[in-house]
Unconditional design. Structure first.
Length: 341
């Protein structure tokens, strides 16, 4: 297969990160069409990407266009239907995170992928970030000894769109903002959670609580792992100061830090002994290389008939962690993890 032909479903922020990568940076890919429920956005995005075909219907594109794969950047609660349509049509699927809004939906997706035998990759792009991959290899090589604590922070500068307030559609802020943090902690440990405990509050978004009393905008999750280290995840939006994505991995023989809030611009040192620098303004910039490399890997797996990673099971596991964390909030106690793994 010379080129892998894609249709992009969902031309929003995350979707067009992939759209631009497919058209501008990956010669092995061809973006054939763009689908979005907003026809105007579909048309404008197609014009930007230099793509001739656009539609509000995936069915229409699958019937008329010769495509190999579907890239999903649409809202979480649409994922299962789109994945099922693509898989039943024999198309490989790359889906943005989170996989689904509930474990039940995620399990249905897993069953569809298993039944059809398509290649599926979930968009946990931090696994392809150079610094995180290097840290992961250092852990695998035993450089810092046995793992003791893994901490991952994910904070966004602004409040996500209002649809995310509805946990039944988004899976909640933990799923939307910190799915990457959850996957990173699970990936580094390679262990099953023993129990999960979450504390969360709404500090900055009173308008969300009026309609959705269970809404939270900041949170901390702790996860002791079976025969493994302690895990910690904190996150929230809006924090205003930066896009803040960092990790810290403590071992018995050392510690690894990954990430900084500082941007790539110059640092100004003033005579009044202050250092002034830019901060990361968006996840798109902080993880630009990760987004590109994850899609390149997916394409290679299609061309070489290899299994993509992270897989549907990784997406399913992250959704399970979110579910148990929300149970913890409701019951106000740690919840023993007895879910499918």
């Amino acid at each position: 297969m010379e080129k892998v032909r894609f249709v992009l479903v969902g031309a929003g922020r995350a979707g067009m990160v992939h759209g631009r990568n497919l058209t501008g940076y990956i010669p092995e890919a061809e973006l054939v069409a763009i689908v979005d429920i907003d026809e105007s956005r579909a048309r404008q995005s197609a014009e930007e990407a230099g793509v001739k075909k656009y539609s509000t219907s995936l069915d229409d594109i699958l019937k008329k266009e010769d495509v190999d794969a579907v890239c999903i950047g649409s809202l979480t609660f649409t994922h299962r239907e789109i994945i099922e349509k693509a898989a039943r049509a024999g198309k490989h699927v790359f889906s943005e995170k989170p996989l689904a809004q509930t474990p039940e939906e995620a399990k249905k997706i897993k069953e569809i992928v298993d039944q059809t035998g398509i290649k599926f990759q979930i968009g946990f792009m931090r696994r392809y970030d150079p610094a995180i991959r290097k840290a992961y290899q250092m852990v695998q090589d035993g450089i810092i000894g046995d793992l003791v604590v893994i901490k991952s922070t994910g904070r966004g500068p602004g409040l996500p769109p209002a649809w995310i307030w509805d946990r039944s559609k988004s899976g909640g802020m933990l799923a939307e903002v910190s799915a990457h943090d959850i996957d990173s902690v699970l990936w580094f440990t390679g262990k099953k959670p023993e129990r999960i405990y979450m504390e969360a509050k709404n500090f900055k978004s009173p308008q969300a609580s009026e309609k959705f009393p269970d809404f939270y905008d900041h949170y901390i999750v702790t996860i002791p792992f079976q025969d493994g280290p302690l895990g910690s995840i904190d996150g929230g939006c809006p924090v205003g100061y930066a896009y803040d994505g960092r990790m810290e991995i403590l071992g018995t023989k050392g510690m690894i830090r990954i990430g900084t809030t500082e941007g790539n611009g110059p640092v100004l040192m003033t005579l009044d002994k202050k250092a002034i620098c830019d901060t990361h303004d968006a996840w798109r910039n902080r993880f630009k290389e990760g987004y590109l490399e994850e899609m390149k890997s997916f394409i290679r797996c299609i061309q070489k008939d290899e299994k993509p990673e992270p897989s549907v099971i990784d997406g399913f596991r992250a959704v399970q962690v979110v579910e148990y964390a929300h149970r913890s909030i409701k019951q106000q106690k740690p919840i023993n993890f007895d879910g499918e793994w």
